[in-house]
Write a protein that binds this ligand. Structure first.
Ligand code: MN
Ligand code: MN
Length: 461
């Protein structure tokens, strides 16, 4: 089959190029600051407020009404966010929804993480999401998260990002003594319980037992004002330290931690800010817990979304159950998540006609799933036809792909959850190299075309 897109870089003139690079500079800043779902939500709210969005819960408390043109957001426990631009039509006509996730694979601290072994202090972790564990050793790592004390005080932690900050990390065995290790299978080279983060080696003077650990505790108390027991109510994530950067001598790509799926989250958020005067209400969902099955109060399976749509209906037109059901069933959604980019180093797992390529624009996945499409959301041909039309009208470069060869593996997204409301849903997003590794790579052209594709969808669908 003929490819329906040329390389997007070929169509850009000088002005377009500047727009692409400027957009991705904003993206790199976002990615450098936002390395946890909480940080993404805080930053997204900050940007949204600058763009005229108001807190929906405050409006509910004040008994205010919503009208066409209003922009509101609802924050779910600081880990997920829904943004709405209210349209002129009745909400039961349906929403246009962009949905992406802001959680990414990482190492979470255990509840009792701190220990000392042979006069070294460590933090014990439990990895989150799908990771190749051997990729997380011998890297500069940072700590991001919060500690909540019994009285409710929240302490924000970010250590390892400032140039002057120390970094932490996980050791690997020297090659000289690694004969047995090198014979192990990839999944066993570094095992889950070996992901222990080295954080200190200096004993506290005058202490005999666990003096290195004691010294770390003293430091945490002096600098951050919390004690060992407070780890019980903390959420601290170990992530790669350092800024997102240009990648490639031509600077055509971005290297960043957590691009799955913050690249689609950022593009969705930015697309919302380009929309004014709309007929149908538009919604952007940034959810948590996708990497661990979308369960939990802040994951897509939660009733948060449905409840908040009910609130929007109440504030705009007065709620009833039928209006909510009609609204959801008449909605259309782009379930925005990353795709695997074709990697010429590993061609054997891909099927070339149905792979995503760097520079070819936003990727549509009619279906995901594995072993005979099992568990997939299979988007309707009619819906895809409509989207093709919108993409072409807005000169968006787009491509279609599957995640690898038949029976090679597979993956899931949040698409099937929204599809339960009987709405039209398709997976789409940005192609990523090194997916789920500490440093993922994307093409700047694809990021830009994806944002353009979202704008086309919000304006036309
Ligand atoms: Mn994802
Ligand atoms: Mn993922």
């Amino acid at each position: 089959m003929a490819r329906f897109t040329d390389n997007a870089w070929n169509k850009y003139d000088e002005k377009d190029m500047k727009e692409v690079f400027d957009f991705c500079d904003g993206y790199k800043d976002f990615m450098s600051k936002c390395k946890t779902e909480r940080e993404c939500v805080i930053e997204a709210i900050k940007i949204a407020e600058k763009n005229g969005y108001k807190d929906l819960n405050e409006m509910i408390n004040k008994g205010e009404k919503l009208q066409a043109g209003d922009k509101v957001y609802a924050n779910n426990m600081g880990k997920a966010l829904a943004l709405f631009i209210i349209g002129k039509e009745k909400i039961e006509k349906g929403l246009k929804i962009l949905g992406a996730h802001v959680d990414s694979p990482r190492l979470d601290l255990k509840q009792n993480p701190l220990y000392e072994d042979t006069e070294l202090a460590f933090l014990d972790t439990h990895y989150y999401g799908g990771v190749k564990k051997y990729q997380w050793v011998t890297l500069p790592l940072a700590l991001h998260g919060i500690v909540v004390k019994k009285d409710g005080t929240k302490i924000d932690i970010v250590i390892g990002e400032d140039e002057e900050d120390p970094v932490v990390g996980i050791s690997d065995l020297l090659i000289h003594l690694a004969a047995d290790q090198m014979d192990k299978k990839g999944a066993k080279v570094i095992e889950g319980e070996d992901l222990n983060v080295l954080i200190g080696s200096m004993p506290l003077k005058g202490k005999e037992k666990d003096a290195v650990k004691e010294n770390i505790l003293k430091l945490l108390k002096d600098k951050y004002d919390f004690e060992e027991e407070d780890f019980l109510s903390a959420e601290i994530e170990i992530v790669p330290a350092g800024r997102a950067r240009d990648y490639g001598l031509d600077r055509s790509m971005v290297m960043a931690y957590g691009q799955d799926d913050r690249v689609c989250s950022y593009a969705s958020l930015m697309a919302m800010f380009e929309i004014e005067n709309i007929d149908k209400t538009c919604c952007c969902l940034l959810v948590d817990k996708e990497e661990v099955g979308s369960i939990g109060a802040t994951g897509m399976e939660s009733k948060f979304f449905e409840n908040i749509v009910a609130e929007v209906i109440e504030l705009k037109e007065g709620y009833n159950d039928l209006k909510l059901r009609r609204c959801l069933t008449n909605s259309k959604m782009l379930s925005s998540d990353v795709s695997a980019a074709f990697d010429p180093n590993y061609p054997s797992v891909m099927e070339k006609k149905n792979s995503a390529y760097f520079g070819k624009g936003i990727v549509f996945n009619k279906y995901t799933g594995a072993r005979g499409k099992s568990g997939c959301n299979d988007a309707n041909a009619e819906y895809i036809a409509e989207l093709r039309n919108h993409m072409e009208k807005y000169d968006v470069s787009y491509q279609t792909a599957e995640l690898g060869k038949v029976d090679q593996g597979g993956g899931g997204t949040i698409a099937y959850i929204l599809a339960q409301y009987n709405m039209e849903v398709i997976d789409c997003g940005v192609a990523v190299l090194n997916m789920h590794s500490p440093w993922e790579i994307t093409s700047k052209a694809d990021i830009f075309e994806t944002k353009k594709g979202y704008v086309a969808f919000l304006k036309e669908a």
